[in-house]
Design a protein around this ligand. Structure first.
Ligand code: PLP
Length: 334
């Protein structure tokens, strides 16, 4: 079983799948024509889903949030410009920076991968980047980022501040995300994806919320008709069922909490997680544990942090299988 790339391991509910197929069947009859290049209905659906008084003018979308991030760097980064990030963080941030010719500046975090307003501001003042990339909750650590840090970083730069919120739906009930900071901050961008909470990784739909001027800037760099009619139809149909689509998120959070509780009992300290995965430490030889789990058909992720491994919270059965496989290995390890 694959617990290595933080996919949602739950399939989408069958009733929703049927609706998506119906929408796709209707859309396919029109694929002789180019799709709606403004994907207006989809932007309406996404704005409705996010709430926070956002409208379609605040929304932009592309084929996965990786493409959204690439378009952001095509528009606001590029040769002669720089982006500051705070490793360990989502590896695609620096890869997309390299691909767009944007200089990547690696900032540093506080103890336990925290990032205080003071540390973020100090890095911004020293490095004077054109863009700042945050990831909240952060991949691969799972740790959340405070709104105070984001707001302080915004005030410390006149560049673009991007918050990658790929895992926002896995946060505790009722907490505010960076969406609540958008009002009055026209250089702030909040990036989201349907890949994780919506179990839509294979459909490729990422999006952002920001000031309408940001979407206008991205209209200059996107390729014409970048979102296919089929992608638009599938995403609109899925968003119409967001309640059912997100029903498994609570299950996954339950399994994540189980990992947070059980791993320390096996001698592996964990970091707090607001995402659908857990980073655990205390691993004498991460590569050996990875290989031993693989032998039992469990794939997790060695992200290169010494003595740490990352595991995605799966279904109850998958999480149980991972924990019992790890139990057999722990005995060998110690
Ligand atoms: C998984 C992930 C994404 C998702 O990328 P898509 O292209 O939307 O599938 C984005 N950001 C982070 C931090 C992720 O972990």
């Amino acid at each position: 079983m694959r617990l290595n790339v933080n996919e949602n391991t739950h399939p989408i509910p069958e009733a929703v799948a049927t609706d998506i197929v119906t929408a796709l069947a209707a859309a396919v009859l029109g694929v002789n024509r180019y799709p709606d290049r403004e994907f207006t209905e989809l932007r309406d659906s996404l704005a409705g889903y996010l709430g926070n008084s956002l409208t379609r003018d605040n929304i932009w979308a592309a084929n996965g949030s990786n493409e959204v991030l690439q378009q952001i760097l095509q528009a606001f980064g590029g040769p002669g410009r720089s982006v500051l990030g705070f490793p360990p963080t989502y590896s695609m941030h620096s890869i997309i920076a390299a691909g767009t010719g944007t200089r990547w500046i690696a900032g540093e975090r506080d103890a336990d991968y925290e990032l205080s307003p003071e540390t973020a501001v100090r890095w911004i003042e020293t490095a004077t980047p054109d863009l700042v990339f945050f990831c909240s909750p952060n991949n691969p650590t799972g740790t959340p980022l405070s709104l105070e840090t984001i707001a302080a970083a915004y005030d410390a730069t006149d560049g673009i501040v991007v918050v990658d919120e790929a895992y926002a739906e896995f946060a505790p009930e009722g907490v505010q995300t960076a969406l609540s900071l958008l009002e009055g901050r026209e250089r702030l961008i909040v990036s989201r994806t349907m890949s994780k909470a919506f179990a839509f990784a294979g459909a490729r739909l990422g999006y952002l919320a920001a000031d309408p001027a940001v979407a206008d800037a991205l209209r200059l760099v996107r390729l014409p008709y970048h979102l296919s009619a089929l992608t638009q139809a599938a995403a609109i149909a899925a968003l119409a069922h967001s309640t059912e689509m997100l029903r498994m998120v609570d299950d996954i959070k339950g399994q994540r909490d189980r990992l947070l509780e059980e791993l320390p009992k096996l001698g592996y300290p964990v970091l707090p997680s607001w995402s659908n995965f857990v980073l655990f430490g205390g691993v004498a030889d991460p590569h050996a544990v990875f290989e031993a789990l693989l032998e039992q058909d469990v794939i997790i992720r060695d992200i290169g942090i010494p003595h740490h491994l990352r595991v995605t919270a799966g279904t109850r059965a998958e999480t149980s299988a991972f924990l019992s496989a790890l139990r057999t290995i722990s005995r060998i390890e110690s």
